[in-house]
Write a protein that binds this ligand. Structure first.
Ligand SMILES: Nc1ncnc2c1ncn2[C@@H]1O[C@H](COP(=O)(O)OP(=O)(O)OP(=O)(O)O)[C@@H](O)[C@H]1O
Length: 264
């Protein structure tokens, strides 16, 4: 069983605060009044059935999407106010330098025909690094931390396995040591044994670097392995939220009970 690391859960100020996010796509209400707080070094897991609004919420946290209502702040020294008020350039810079994301579909996060090291270096270039040796060394370091086989670092993602592609995405996401790492179904679609290895890497990275993470998965096993806190979504709403161990051991909402028992 996962052991609870108490000090990580007793932090004074949240890093991430999202309040009252709602978003409609035409007549579809993708999110209704969704709020979340994540403290530094914590992992928030978001579970729920397909179409419950998990990815929409994550896209908002990555500033790819702007909700109709709601606010989002990150408690960082040079970042102020509601991030949804930032212009496109400021959003792009904030995402490039402070927020990393790994998508389920590597085509969304990577240039599939470019070298893997080039994909990671691109993130550093956006942040202003121009020295070739530094780019190469930092890309190598990030790939190594993601447990990517370095002898393949010049291969394009299109020639790599799904697990390796996810490691390249991860390396790109952590290359600038982001304050927040967002993971959208990072292991879905991989073979079970590869899933377990990628999960191990995520767990190790989180423990070594204390990265604050928000992970979306429909797989309770993934959430149980990584998350300190859990948020359960259904039809665009949060139906239950709490410490992971509590939610899994004593789910309060009928829908969460159904999810947990279906998994057992
Ligand atoms: N760009 C879009 N245009 C129109 N509707 C959308 C769009 N993105 C999401 N939706 C709708 O919003 C709702 C929430 O979708 P979302 O992808 O956030 O759910 P999810 O919980 O992440 O599901 P899944 O696990 O299948 O990815 C769904 O009804 C979906 O069809």
């Amino acid at each position: 069983m996962k052991t609870m690391d108490a000090p990580r859960l007793v932090k004074t100020r949240p890093l991430l605060t999202a309040q009252g996010l709602s978003l409609n796509y035409g007549s579809v209400q993708a999110m209704r009044n969704v709020s979340a707080t994540v403290f530094p070094g914590e992992v928030l897991g978001i579970v729920g059935e397909s179409g419950s609004g998990k990815s929409t919420f994550l896209r908002c946290l990555n500033l790819e999407e702007t909700p109709d209502t709601g606010s989002y702040t990150l408690d960082l020294p040079d970042v102020q106010g509601n991030l949804f008020d930032l212009d496109r350039y400021a959003r792009r810079m904030l995402c490039a330098t402070r927020i990393g994301i790994v998508y389920q579909n590597p085509h969304l996060g990577l240039l599939m025909q470019h070298s893997s090291s080039g994909n990671v270096a691109e993130r550093l270039l956006v942040a202003g690094e121009r020295r070739f040796n530094v780019l190469r060394d930092k890309a190598r370091g990030a790939l190594d931390a993601s447990e990517f086989p370095l002898e393949r670092m010049d291969a394009p993602p299109i020639d790599l396995s799904g697990g390796m592609q996810q490691r390249v995405q991860l390396a790109k996401a952590i290359a600038l040591e982001p304050a927040l790492l967002l993971l959208d179904e990072p292991t879905t679609g991989l073979d079970v044994s590869v899933q377990a290895l990628v999960l191990d890497t995520l767990k190790r990275l989180q423990q070594d670097r204390q990265i604050t993470m928000v992970i979306v998965s429909h797989d309770l096993g993934v959430i149980r392995t990584l998350a300190d806190r859990v948020m359960v979504m259904r039809r665009g709403e949060v139906v239950e939220a709490g410490l992971a161990d509590q939610v899994f051991q004593d789910p309060q909402h009928a829908y969460t009970q159904q999810l947990v028992h279906a998994k057992l």
